[in-house]
Design a binder for this molecule. Structure first.
Ligand SMILES: *Cc1c(COP(=O)(O)O)cnc(C)c1O
Length: 229
C-alpha cells in the first residue's frame, strides 16, 4: 500500500476510535479530555507512527525495547512501554520510554531506580492481575502497596496508578469493575496514583465506563497484527 492510501486508512480509523471514546465518555458523564489515547504501534513501521503523529496522536505504546527505541528516535511524543519487561532490557527502555505500564516485580523497580539517569523521570503504572490470572503479568491486589512504597521511595520514579489487561475469556465488565474497586482502595492509600491504564481495541468502551484514564489501542487503529505480539 502506498503512503497516501495508508494515511487515509489510518485517518479513518483514528476518527472512528476518537468518536467511540467521545460517546463512551459522554455515556458515563466523563470528559474525553480525561482519557488519553495511546496508539499501540508495535509490529507496525515507523512510517505509521509518523502518520499518527501528523494526525495529532502524541502517545505511543510499544512492547519491545529495540522497536520502541527505533521509533522514538524518529517521532516526538510520549512513549509508553507496556509489555512484560525483561531485566536485561530495563536500561535500554529507560533511554526512550517516558512511562512503563507493566511493573509487577520489586526487583525491576530497584533496577529502574539504579539505571535511571539523574536528570530523568519515569512514570510507573503497577500492573495488577485480574481474576488471579498471573500468567498475563501483574501482581495480586495484596502485593500492590509493597511495590507502590518502593516506587515512592525511589528518586525520579513517579507513581501514576494501576494498569491491567482484561482476561480474554471473561466479561470485561466483570474484570474492569474489579479493577475499579482495586484502584479505589489503592488510591485511598496512594492518592497520587490517580491514573488507570485499561482498555484495548476489544474492550476500551467498557474500560472508560469503569474509569480508565489511559487506553492502549493498537489493532482498531492500525489493523490486526499478523505477528503474535
Ligand atoms: C498489544 C497490546 C495492546 C493493544 O492491543 P489491541 O488489541 O491491538 O488494541 C494493549 N496493551 C497491551 C499490554 C498490549 O500488549
Amino acid at each position: 500500500m502506498d503512503l497516501d492510501s495508508r494515511y487515509i486508512e489510518i485517518e479513518k480509523n483514528v476518527k472512528a476510535v476518537r468518536a467511540r471514546i467521545e460517546s463512551a465518555s459522554q455515556k458515563v458523564n466523563r470528559s474525553s479530555a480525561d482519557v488519553t489515547l495511546i496508539a499501540v504501534t508495535k509490529t507496525y513501521p515507523v512510517s505509521d507512527a509518523m502518520i499518527l503523529s501528523q494526525l495529532g496522536i502524541s502517545n505511543f505504546g510499544e512492547n519491545r525495547s529495540s522497536e520502541g527505541a527505533a521509533k522514538a528516535a524518529e517521532i516526538q511524543g510520549t512513549w509508553h512501554f507496556q509489555g512484560q519487561i525483561q531485566s536485561n532490557k530495563i536500561k535500554q527502555v529507560l533511554t526512550w520510554a517516558n512511562s512503563i505500564h507493566s511493573v509487577d516485580d520489586l526487583r525491576h523497580i530497584s533496577l529502574i531506580k539504579k539505571a535511571l539517569p539523574d536528570d530523568k523521570n519515569i512514570s510507573i503504572f503497577l500492573q495488577v492481575a485480574l481474576d488471579g490470572q498471573l500468567h498475563r503479568g501483574g501482581v495480586s491486589e495484596e502485593i500492590l502497596p509493597l511495590l507502590a512504597e518502593e516506587v515512592l521511595s525511589s528518586d525520579g520514579l513517579m507513581l501514576e496508578g494501576l494498569m491491567a489487561v482484561a482476561p480474554l475469556d471473561h466479561d470485561p465488565h466483570r474484570a474492569f469493575s474489579e479493577l475499579a474497586r482495586i484502584h479505589s482502595v489503592f488510591s485511598q492509600q496512594f492518592p497520587m496514583a490517580t491514573n488507570l491504564s485499561a482498555g484495548m481495541s476489544n474492550d476500551f468502551e467498557v474500560a472508560i465506563e469503569y474509569g480508565a484514564t489511559h487506553l492502549r489501542i493498537g489493532s482498531s487503529i492500525l489493523g490486526v497484527r499478523t505477528s503474535p505480539l
